[in-house]
Write a protein that binds this ligand. Sequence first.
Ligand code: SAH
Length: 230
Amino acid sequence: MEHHSGGSGTNKNKQMVEQLQRYGVISSKKVVEVMETIDRALFVPDGTPAYVDSPMAIGYNATISAPHMHATCLQLLEENLQPGMHALDVGSGTGYLTACFATMVGPQGRAIGVEHIPELVASSIKNIEKSAAVSPLKGGSLSVHAGDGREGWPEHAPYDAIHVGAAAPEIPQPLIDQLKPGGRMVIPVGKIFQDLQVVDKNLDGSVSIRSETAVRYVPLTSRDAQLKGY
Ligand code: SAH
């Protein structure tokens, strides 16, 4: 249900977060805080309804995920996004979740976005500059890079948290390798039918995987395949 009480964008962002709480999608205070801090409207293309709970096209055959998916992933990763921790956002798109991660891990932590469409990397940096995550960007604890996210981003590995924003046919090994013991990855896996998988690396280096929920994401693929429409 949309609210029609008007008010500023920030208020509407807050109403969106309250609705996700009412629906039981968010139960964590930290996730409420970060989603209130990072205004979603700054990350969607002009003219796109920012606060509707649905994915929206962002060009290049990509989408910004729906608010409830962002909330679900933040909540699954919350313990691994504590101050000082390292987080990797693969297929960072608009930069929304990278901005949330940077806000949660703080100036002593590290939030890295990897995105293979250079134009989206550039626009995500502009989005982040307008948002409350501008200080980690300026301070160097947040960065977004153009590259194939299936290779991860070895420079700042190992990661406490890895989020993948596009569906992989199978979990890329470099991402498992770059997960810290005690770390957690959240990744949609599958082709047409996809599961959001939660991959925990145990302290002995073994990996436990469970399925959280059925999802529908754009594929984690090559840039060429994506630009041709898969
Ligand atoms: N979390 C982002 C999701 C964007 S959609 C958001 O909510 O804004 C998925 C993104 O993954 C797209 O931007 C797409 O360009 C990117 N992507 C797909 N395959 C990729 C790959 N191999 N490497 C890096 N990025 C990839």
